[in-house]
Design a protein around this ligand. Structure first.
Ligand code: ZN
Length: 455
């Protein structure tokens, strides 16, 4: 079995290198993007000791005895971040088959699969993700928190994760895990322990419950969504009073609030309530974008999600196809307007709607809709670090920051698609990838066997 070979070989091919604690590692490349400047630096050098950047700049002196990693004609960048993933899930195949599979899949098996999604994500250069929702019909497990903890303990390889646990939404809304199934199929109506809450007090209870169980960020669905069967994509699902309670309780507990929101009127209510980011935002009008700009609210556009769905539209039931078409038709103008108006844009893809590890394809979509390559790169580095509240540690290549460093071949300001071919990944001073990824190596090694069989 080719797939089995890939998995087995990947385990052996991708190791995490660790070096003596007192050793300097020096990364060199033809260029460097520091995460905040408007141009690239030539002859980039980054000096790393333990898990931190000691120095970063052009043509720096190399400490004696340092281990030098010369990446040649590449561009060093801060580790990319994705502010909207679902690393414990995979919605990328046929919609109805997936729903059936979810009923069959043991949550432990789901967790094991998630370790693979985490590995391919970090190998693609994404050293940090904000993971916005993890839910399994009929299960109360917190798989995203477990995945995050296992990565932090270095039990498995993956990106730094800020997790939202189950997300919060209304009965019958986009996040209701029984949405579209017959009544009481699962024996009870979902409640706050499933992230389903109605009324300000219950919303506060749901926030407290999720924080108690490990949420780093609070996610809520304030409007309908594309991949849910019984809600309209742009209708409001939380009231202004519920949103006020959501934001107040989250901010009291020092957690930021990300809201899934396609509709325009409900986006205004969410911005008024004080949310930190609007996810998707497909139907937002220029006046709404002006409100966002004034209040410094981030837009996380997730262009890849609609791109993938439109490319595989036959995989979805007719009701979802209509919603996807409407949202996609609106989102391009919305995004162009947001760029023109200078709304803060965070890089986020909705990975899981498409296969994990393809996150960087978002860059080209952003550039094609009017963003400069350097601003697209900033969205995935300094901007995301600001939105996630971790800018003091990551997001730029500066002295004292954690050594999350990646390299892309060539110059991303002349060809943004080089971000899709990351050739080197370091996370917190440890080299996770140099050259082909584990999966690519396994594929290469497996190929001769396959042709031998064919012969
Ligand atoms: Zn999402």
């Amino acid at each position: 079995m080719k797939i089995t070979n890939c998995v087995v070989l990947a385990v052996f091919c991708v190791g995490v290198s660790a070096y003596a604690a007192d050793e300097f590692i020096v990364l060199k490349a033809a260029r460097m993007f520091d995460g905040k400047s408007n141009s690239l630096v030539q002859d980039g050098v980054i000096v790393v000791k333990d898990d931190k950047i000691v120095d970063a700049g052009s043509n720096l002196q190399i400490p004696s005895g340092a281990r030098v990693v010369d990446l040649g004609n590449a561009t060093l960048c801060p580790g990319f971040m994705d502010a909207h993933t679902h690393l414990t899930e995979d919605f990328s195949g046929n919609y109805n088959e997936r729903r059936l599979r979810e009923l069959d899949l043991n949550v432990s098996e789901q967790a094991i699969q998630a370790t693979e999604y985490a590995r391919v994500t970090v190998e693609a250069g994404f050293t940090t993700v904000r993971d916005l929702g993890s839910r399994f019909v009929g299960s109360h497990e917190f798989v995203d928190a477990a995945l995050r903890n296992s990565i932090n303990k270095r039990v498995i390889v993956g990106p730094r994760m800020l997790v939202a646990t189950k997300g919060i939404g209304a009965t019958g809304g986009h996040f209701d895990p029984t949405n579209g199934f017959r009544d009481f199929l699962f024996g009870h109506e979902p409640d706050y322990t499933d992230g389903i809450a109605n009324g300000p007090d219950e919303i506060r209870k749901a926030v407290r419950f999720e924080v108690k169980n490990g949420a780093d960020v609070i996610k809520a669905a304030v409007s309908g969504g594309v991949l849910s069967l019984t809600d309209e994509v742009d209708t409001p699902q939380l009231t202004p009073a519920e949103m006020a309670a959501l934001v107040d309780e989250s901010h009291r507990l020092r957690k930021k609030v990300a809201v899934h929101c396609h509709g325009d009127s409900v986006a205004r209510e969410a911005i008024d309530a004080g949310v930190d980011s609007i996810e998707h935002g497909s139907f937002m009008k220029p006046d709404t974008l002006t409100m966002m700009k004034k209040k410094g609210v981030f837009l996380t556009p997730t262009l890849m999600a609609s791109e993938w769905i439109m490319g595989k539209i036959g995989n979805y039931p007719p009701a979802l196809q209509a919603k996807a078409k409407a949202a996609t038709a609106a989102r391009s103008d919305m995004f162009r307007n947001a760029v023109k108006m200078g709304v803060k844009i965070s890089f986020g893809t909705d990975a899981a709607v498409f296969p994990h590890g393809q996150n960087a394809k978002e860059f080209k979509l952003m550039v094609d809709l009017g963003m400069t390559p350097i601003d697209a790169l900033k969205s995935a580095t300094a901007n995301d670090a600001e939105l996630l509240g971790i800018a003091q540690n990551v997001g730029t290549l500066e002295k004292g920051k954690l050594a999350d460093v990646i390299a892309v071949p060539g110059d991303p300001t002349t060809d943004i698609t080089v971000t899709e071919r990351v050739s080197f990944v370091m996370k917190e001073g440890r080299i996770i990838r140099q050259g082909p990824s584990g999966a690519e190596k396994a594929e290469k090694t497996a190929s001769p066997d396959v042709s031998a069989l064919a012969d």
